[in-house]
Design a protein around this ligand. Structure first.
Ligand code: FAD
Length: 370
């Protein structure tokens, strides 16, 4: 099969490898240079569904030394001062063997490993342009050109989208009072706040804030911003220093009503975009990749490829919709700090702390998808 992929971000480039593995000839269109693709300052939480796909396409072994595993995911409700933990024992037996609830990865390490693998695969042809000269040359066209996809706009594919009245601020910091193998999801009235381990005392903070407060805070001097961040951290964790210049970006939600249009298939952020603090975005994008490559490996569909876009779209809907709703609920829960919600919040945390069954169920949806 001849496939064109538009966009060589983390979704498009992994799709190229995965589809090449499935026996396709892939033309990968990207307007940015490799250097621009690599030099993005982002940090991702990697789940077991991503680990499985990376293993399948031979990237896991070269990437694993750059990943920081975490064995504890602490969820703290700052407003009611309650906490519970997801542990390795909450995972399915197969995932437990990896001794990690998840991993933290820096963008440049993942992108470098992927580009290295691409350079060794003969049936991937990288084309440094954004225009596909003749779409008739391809059996399928994968649009992985991100949340501002021009392909989607051209094809007028409708989507449900809205902007959160929030921005995301990220900063690398040195912390005291935290183990290097634990991550935190802190729910406070400003919005969820993630603390991700980067090795030793180094941690990535990803916090969501109202636009007003966020714009003010990001403009503070380093020392005042450090004082402010200290107020967000749970008791016992101390902030030593901010390592890099904090950065910020607006947050929006996108959900396509359909994940295809004719022979165009939407993958990754072209099809859906979530609030980043749940740590699910990239993993969901990569499960799109896994689903498409599994469909393409089915010999009936290989010979009848016009069915693939529709079947792909149907196959992805439950996972994408449920993770989108779960992530959005987390944000709304975090911000619902008015008094009448405090008692139900205490009840929810009490149940989650006591019920291993519920914790296992939630962590397995988060790490494997649906
Ligand atoms: C500023 C910012 C910071 C983020 N930080 C985090 C974070 O800290 N943690 C986290 O988990 N997630 C983060 N995310 C989200 C995360 O980056 C995405 O989930 C992930 O990159 C999705 O990958 P993608 O390949 O689907 O889209 P993208 O990464 O957007 O890739 C799309 C690619 O398509 C290319 N392209 C676009 N149009 C064309 C065209 N017409 N022709 C050819 N190529 C084209 C673009 O150049 C780009 O390389 C962040 C997102 C942004 C915007």
């Amino acid at each position: 099969m001849n496939i064109a992929i538009i966009g060589s971000g983390l979704t498009g480039s992994l799709a190229a490898i995965s589809l090449a593995h499935a026996g396709c000839r892939v033309d990968l269109y990207e307007r940015l240079s490799d250097e621009e693709l690599i030099n993005r300052d982002r940090t991702y939480a990697i789940t077991h569904s991503s680990r499985k796909l990376l293993e399948k396409v031979g990237i896991w072994s070269r990437l694993v030394s750059h990943l920081i595993p975490f064995q504890y995911l602490n969820v703290i409700d700052y407003e009611i001062n309650k906490k519970f933990q997801f542990l390795i024992e909450d995972l399915s037996i197969e995932n437990r063997n990896y001794l990690a609830v998840g991993w933290i990865a820096e963008h440049k390490n993942i992108m470098l490993s992927i580009l290295e693998v691409i350079s060794r695969i003969e049936n991937i042809n990288k084309i440094p342009t954004s225009v596909i000269p003749n779409t008739n040359n391809y059996d399928l066209i994968v649009a992985a050109d991100g949340s501002n996809s021009t392909t989607k706009k051209k094809l007028k594919t409708p989507s449900f989208n809205f902007n959160y009245d929030q921005m995301c601020i990220t900063a690398k910091v040195l912390l005291r009072g935290v183990k290097s193998n634990e991550a935190f999801e802190i729910l406070n009235s400003e919005g969820p706040f993630a603390v991700l381990p980067l090795g030793g005392d180094l941690f990535q903070l990803i916090c969501s804030q109202s636009m007003l407060k966020g714009s003010y805070n990001i403009s503070l001097s380093k020392s005042l911003f450090l004082d402010y961040l200290s107020t967000l951290l749970p008791y016992g964790i101390e902030l030593d220093t901010i390592v890099d210049k904090p950065s910020s970006f607006p947050i929006n939600f996108v959900f396509n009503y359909s994940f295809f249009s004719g022979k165009f298939i939407y993958l990754g952020e072209t099809a859906h975009k979530l609030h980043p603090v749940g740590g699910q975005g990239l993993n969901l994008c990569w499960r799109d990749v896994d689903c498409l490559s599994k469909l393409i490996s089915i010999s009936f569909l290989k010979n009848n490829h016009s069915f693939i876009p529709f079947i792909y779209s149907i196959s992805r809907i439950v996972d994408v919709l449920s993770i989108s709703i779960l992530t959005d609920s987390l944000v709304r829960y975090s911000r619902s700090n008015i008094n009448i919600f405090l008692l139900p919040r205490k009840f929810i945390f009490y149940i989650l702390k006591k019920s291993a069954f519920l914790r296992k169920h939630i962590i397995n949806i988060m790490t494997n998808g649906l």
